[in-house]
Design a protein around this ligand. Structure first.
Ligand code: CA
Length: 230
């Protein structure tokens, strides 16, 4: 088994360092970040196998960090919460966090949770290829094909399609989609999303006026069609 990488996002440096050295002794590679912003930036460059995330962070809240991580995929998240943060804990679990540990916690308990969550999510990482009907989206190769024919998509169109296709059935607002595309488009107007969707539909939909892959959710935004049987 190769060495797993864990990102610890915790503004209390002493706790962060303690967790780090304990988990290093347990055989993990561990990076720490002391704020939400730093945690998010480190997540994006490090691509860890698991994130230990304190919720009460200065600046960007832990829940916002969790939300962004979930938009990117299925990386397991263990939340660190205070006993009084029950509402946040629930929100975090609803957002897709895998487990939580209540402060004060023992390092042994945390390490046990880490092992359990990694075991549970092993092999359950996001698929590299998403298939829906006649459409195939190869996330690693950055290629989309319709009935086997390579589609000529702009990088933004591909990113938008890949993002939606990774979360079939889940509805995203225009603003969320913009955020997901932010690094590429620098656009700020939610309506920009509409024009990308329109262009995409002309390339991937047999009948762009009656879309079957990227569906409009009126008054909200867009979703990729739900997976068959899901
Ligand atoms: Ca904190």
């Amino acid at each position: 088994m190769d060495m797993k990488t864990i990102l610890v996002v915790e503004d209390e440096r002493e706790i962060a360092r303690m967790v780090q050295s304990y988990l290093i002794r347990e055989g993990y590679r561990v990076e720490v970040a002391f704020s939400g912003e730093d945690g998010w930036a480190t997540f994006r460059s490090l691509r860890p196998d698991l994130v230990i995330l304190d919720l009460m962070l200065p600046g960007m809240h832990g829940l916002e960090v969790a939300r962004r991580i979930r938009q990117e995929g299925a990386t397991p998240i263990i939340m660190l919460t205070a006993r009084s943060e029950e509402a946040d804990r629930v929100a975090g679990l609803e957002m897709g966090a895998d487990d939580y540990v209540t402060k004060p916690f023992s390092l042994r308990e945390l390490a046990a949770r880490v092992r359990a969550v990694l075991r549970r999510t092993e092999g359950g990482t996001a698929p590299e290829v998403v298939r829906a009907g006649d459409l195939t989206v190869d996330l690693a190769a950055r290629e989309a094909r319709l009935r086997g024919t390579l589609l000529e998509l702009t990088p933004t169109e591909f990113d938008l399609l890949a993002f939606l296709a990774r979360h079939p059935g889940r509805v995203f607002t225009r603003r969320e989609l913009l955020e997901a595309l932010q690094e590429r488009t620098y656009a700020t107007l939610p309506r920009t999303v509409d024009s990308h969707v329109k262009n995409l539909r002309h390339k991937i939909e047999p009948d762009p006026e009656n879309p079957t892959y990227i569906l409009t959710v009126h008054g909200v935004g867009y979703k990729f069609r739900p997976a068959e049987g899901g």
